[in-house]
Design a protein around this ligand. Structure first.
Ligand SMILES: Nc1ncnc2c1ncn2[C@@H]1O[C@H](COP(=O)(O)OP(=O)(O)OP(=O)(O)O)[C@@H](O)[C@H]1O
Ligand SMILES: [Mg+2]
Length: 212
């Protein structure tokens, strides 16, 4: 289980702090919805380690990761867009998910397998700038596959996609989450995304999360 326990945070000058309790289980999508400005991205920043809480803990299967710097946290982050380096090929973008310690000989087949798993076999040589929005999100998901971290944080990852594409990428996220036993946390405004994906649903209101 990935959990936040009384995670407390305030921006400078903010009097009433955010206080977050959250539980996310492996193989499941946990949704966080809430009005614009309610603090959803702030929550993800705390979980990812880009913002430091003033109190509380973040744990994965009981291990306290609250003090770890972002690069050492067991998680990947996927945003609405801008996750790829536009001037690099799909293959290079996926490779960036691997640690430099990975033997070179294994890289090529691992990248090809990841691209195939997200339905992007044969696109490896293409520059990210020439891919569609949905294709870019697939490549970004291939990169998270190679990173192989147990927690996936998604901040409005389908917003820039048309309805048909968002449906297929949504299904892909659900399949990958179940197959790789990820703890996936999805921030979304869209009730249909939440209904299609989430087994646990939180609503962020008045600086706290409420289980729905
Ligand atoms: N660096 C910052 N310093 C001060 N206040 C901030 C900072 N970043 C965000 N905020 C404020 O914190 C509140 C929550 O912002 P946040 O980005 O977490 O909202 P959100 O729920 O993700 O909204 P949206 O749905 O529009 O993305 C907002 O009122 C925002 O103005
Ligand atoms: Mg946001």
């Amino acid at each position: 289980m990935f959990a936040a326990d009384n995670l407390t945070f305030a921006y400078p000058g903010q009097i009433e702090p955010y206080r977050f309790w959250l539980e996310a289980h492996d193989g499941e999508v946990t949704a966080v919805s809430g009005a614009s400005g309610s603090g959803k991205s702030t929550l993800l920043d705390l979980l990812a380690g880009f913002a430091r809480p003033s109190g509380g803990t973040i744990t994965l299967d009981g291990a306290d990761i609250t003090a770890l710097p972002p690069e050492h946290r067991p998680l990947s982050l996927l945003l609405q867009s801008e996750s790829l380096f536009e001037h690099l090929s799909a293959t290079r973008n996926v490779e960036l998910g691997l640690s430099t310690a990975t033997p070179r000989a294994d890289t090529k087949s691992a990248v090809e397998a990841a691209l195939a798993e997200v339905g992007m076999a044969g696109f490896g040589a293409q520059k990210a700038a020439t891919l569609s929005g949905g294709q870019k999100q697939r490549v970004a998901l291939a990169r998270t596959l190679l990173r192989n971290r147990p927690v996936l944080l998604l901040d409005e990852p389908f917003s820039a996609l048309d309805d048909a594409t968002r449906g297929t990428i949504r299904t892909l996220v659900k399949e990958l989450t179940e197959r790789h036993r990820w703890h996936t946390i999805l921030v979304s405004h869209h009730a249909d995304d939440v209904a299609a994906l989430a087994t646990r649903r939180y609503r962020l209101e008045n600086r706290t999360l409420r289980l729905e």
